[in-house]
Design a protein around this ligand. Structure first.
Ligand code: TYD
Length: 206
């Protein structure tokens, strides 16, 4: 039985997701809700171990379908341990990346059949489809420039620009297909302008 709310944030690495997630947490808590943050891949002890395997730059030989299954495994554990119990107890869960990342990166990016990803993930998410998803729209070139200054690149980040471009276009396609759930937020603006638009959408659900 579902009582709370499940919100996800998607977009390129470097698009400013973390800043907006913290803003969403503060805004929803101020409204009196219990908020829980999560991130993918990871968020539980087991999921973090799976994350290390996925992102290890030494694992370049990983088959695309292995990657799909590992992301789905990490997701299944996060759903079972964190997301489902929290939402069922009435909390608002805000997750940094979720199923749309698999559609965008493994589906549109790596060319794995979308139906295969949907099938595998149906089992993983156990009915926990996000109620609302924010796609922070920033091109991979700009997002990469913003990331340059920060830490070393992981295996996915090291992929060439063409892969990230496919994933980015994949997000745009997903947003076009599911406009009720996925809200496209122009990420090329000030933090305040972006969070103002996000707050406007949040007001419609909390
Ligand atoms: P993320 O945790 O956002 O990276 P960082 O901690 O460096 O900001 O995600 C790591 C990478 O995993 C990111 O480049 C996108 C990718 N990813 C997928 O390819 N498929 C997925 O299903 C998920 C959740 C992430």
């Amino acid at each position: 039985m579902k009582k709370g709310l499940f919100i996800t944030i998607e977009g390129m690495d470097g698009s400013g997701k973390t800043t907006q997630i913290n803003m969403i947490r503060d805004y929803i808590s101020e409204k009196g809700y219990n908020v829980m943050l999560a991130r993918e891949p990871g968020g539980t002890k087991i999921s973090e171990k799976i994350r290390d395997i996925i992102l290890d730059p030494a694992n370049g030989a990983m088959a695309a379908i292995t990657e799909v299954l590992l992301y789905a495994s990490a997701r299944a554990q996060l759903v079972a341990e964190v997301i489902k119990p929290a939402v069922e107890s009435g909390s608002v869960v805000v997750c940094d990346r979720f199923i749309d990342s698999s559609f965008a990166y493994q589906g549109f990016g790596r060319g794995i059949d979308i139906k295969t990803i949907a099938d595998v993930n149906r089992a993983a998410i156990d009915g926990m489809m996000p109620d609302l998803t924010f796609f922070i729209d920033m091109s991979p070139e700009i997002a990469l420039k913003r990331r340059m200054a920060s830490s070393e690149a992981d295996r996915i980040e090291k992929e060439h620009m063409e892969f990230h471009m496919k994933a980015y276009n994949g997000y745009k396609e997903l947003a076009r297909l599911y406009p009720e759930r996925i809200k496209t937020i122009d990420g090329n603006r000030t933090v305040e302008e972006i969070s103002q638009e996000i707050r406007k959408w949040l007001d419609t659900v909390v």
